[in-house]
Design a protein around this ligand. Structure first.
Ligand code: SF4
Length: 272
């Protein structure tokens, strides 16, 4: 679905890493808003969304001049000490409009020239493959985290109809692997999946991160409950997956296929 686009000239681009991201010195959001509008996205309840007109998922603000700002702020931050950056915490850096606007690419160009100590790129979009050349310039100072909540496309469509299809995300993981870019598959929030899901991911990654609504929404599952996600499970007759024990079941499935040291849970999977 088409999102409303606005062009903004922010005054700053690097934000302090706080809360869930307190393991990072900074977070970096090339856009405000997110065209993927995932049903479970609790950013819609945060001030960034509640102070803005328009339904979450239907608008995106493009941060013009972002690269110049980053260049200045990165230089300043590096003088003060270690700089670790999480991109992005309240949007996906690969918005559909990134094809034309190339804001994320311009930020990566700045970081390829003047690398931070670590960069975590969090996305659901196959578009990340476009920037493999820049990821490679960051060598081992980068990890690309590709969210794959489930291997079942019909489940993906039920919860995130406007997000990219799973097949393209897997293809991007394959290209990252072939290029030698450090990457992980992020099953967060975990959604109902098939038994063979771990075997599927095994072909693409040597690191997975598993998280659920109860550990991962920052409120023990309350935020997710308020979004009406239980009803979305009920519509499918899959309420048993909307339970803190579902994570343990999924863990056991992954432990059969991945060694323990390749399985990260909740916040550990997102840290530098
Ligand atoms: S991609 Fe991320 S930021 Fe965008 S709607 Fe989905 S969960 Fe929210």
């Amino acid at each position: 679905m088409q999102s409303e686009l606005l062009y903004k000239y922010p005054k700053t681009i690097l934000n302090k890493g706080t809360g869930f991201l307190s393991g990072y010195t900074h977070s970096l959001n090339p856009y405000t808003g997110c065209a993927y509008g995932c049903s479970f996205c609790y950013v819609r309840q945060m001030p960034v969304s509640t102070f803005r007109e328009g339904e979450w998922g239907r608008w995106v603000d493009v941060k013009k001049g972002a690269a110049d700002l980053l260049q200045k702020e990165l230089t300043r931050a590096k003088k003060k000490g270690k700089v670790t950056i999480f991109m992005s915490s309240s949007t996906d850096p690969y918005q559909p409009v990134e094809h034309e606007e190339r804001i994320t690419r311009s930020l990566l160009e700045v970081m390829a020239e003047d690398p931070p100590d670590f960069l975590f790129v969090q996305t659901r979009s196959p578009m990340a493959r476009r920037d493999i050349d820049l990821f490679l310039r960051l060598k081992n100072k980068i990890r690309v985290s590709m969210t794959i909540e489930t291997d079942r496309e019909e489940i993906r469509k039920h919860f995130t109809p406007d997000a990219p299809a799973i097949r393209g995300r897997l293809k991007t993981l394959q290209l990252l692997k072939e290029a030698g870019v450090p990457a992980q598959a992020t099953i967060a929030p975990l959604l109902p999946s098939s038994r063979s899901f771990p075997d599927l991911l095994r072909e693409y990654v040597a690191r997975v991160c598993i998280d659920d609504f109860f550990m991962g929404d920052g409120s023990g599952g309350r935020r997710t409950e308020n979004l009406g996600i239980r009803e979305k499970y009920e519509e499918l007759g899959l309420e048993k997956w909307y339970d803190p024990v579902a994570y343990q079941k999924l863990m056991r499935r992954f432990q059969r296929v991945f060694p323990d040291e390749q399985i990260y849970v909740n916040r550990d999977g997102f840290m530098p």
